[in-house]
Ligand binder design. Structure first.
Ligand SMILES: [Zn+2]
Length: 245
């Protein structure tokens, strides 16, 4: 019971899923399927939503690993739920445990799901503008390679995110971003400086040799079926999930 604009795909036993905002129990302004626990929503509603989303995907809610995302470049290797230990402040998690789902929360930032089905290594990363610039996605790929993955076998999926035609930034910020990642240089549909974070992520993956890549067609800011922080400020969070059979 997740919305009709959710996106799911499977490649050689690697599963990728991105939610939309429908099918949950949260009240305005988090309606309906808010999966973020730190945005002001009722914690009971978030817990119910996480259970609903997991069941819709055929997952055990207790076998979904979430991050404490801080827009940084750090990666954690995980082999099970955090349990009673403190959830680490990282923006990417990697696992070799089949059946364990890795989840990333977003509302405009780019959710990045990676899997090498042959090696049995999966990763989820949160790439907003700061994280993309800091290199969180290349860091996740490097962590996967250390665990046996090969870039040429990695399947990459990026989910709904604010697009380069909508993500307006000051001229200097665009210049600073483009100095690090030229592919992220963009212009809004109204002709002002912009950043395309997803384009930057795909350029980073291309340079690392990750060729099997797909990008969600959805712009969160333009879609009424998705949460957008830049549009609504107080709003929910979408989730991306990756796991291996
Ligand atoms: Zn857009």
């Amino acid at each position: 019971m997740i919305g009709q604009r959710s996106e799911t795909s499977t490649v050689s036993g690697a599963h990728f899923a991105f939610t939309d905002r429908w099918g949950g129990v949260s009240a305005v302004p988090y309606e309906e399927l808010n999966l973020g626990g730190a945005v002001g929503d009722d914690p009971d509603a978030v817990r119910t939503n996480r259970e609903l989303a997991a069941k819709a995907l055929g997952l055990d809610p207790a076998q979904v690993v979430w991050m404490n995302q801080v827009h940084g470049p750090d990666v954690a290797v995980v082999d099970g739920p955090w349990g009673s230990s403190e959830i680490p402040s990282v923006d990417a998690i990697v696992t070799v445990r089949r059946g364990l789902a890795l989840a990333v929360l977003t509302a405009d930032c780019t959710p990045v799901l990676l899997a090498d089905p042959v090696a049995g290594v999966a990763a989820a990363a949160h790439a907003g503008r700061p994280g993309m610039i800091a290199g969180v996605v290349p860091a996740a790929v490097r962590a996967m390679v250390e665990l046996g993955a090969e870039p040429g076998r990695i399947v990459a999926r990026t989910g709904p995110a604010v697009c380069g035609r909508c993500y307006e930034v000051p001229e200097q910020m665009r210049a600073d971003v483009a100095a690090v990642e030229p592919a992220a240089h963009a212009e809004t549909s109204w002709g002002t400086p912009a950043v395309d974070v997803t384009a930057g992520v795909h350029a980073q993956l291309e340079r690392l040799g990750v060729r099997d890549r797909e990008q969600s067609p959805v712009c969160t800011l333009e879609s009424g079926d998705h949460f957008s922080y830049r549009r609504d400020r107080t709003t929910g969070r979408l989730a991306g999930y990756v796991w291996l059979d």
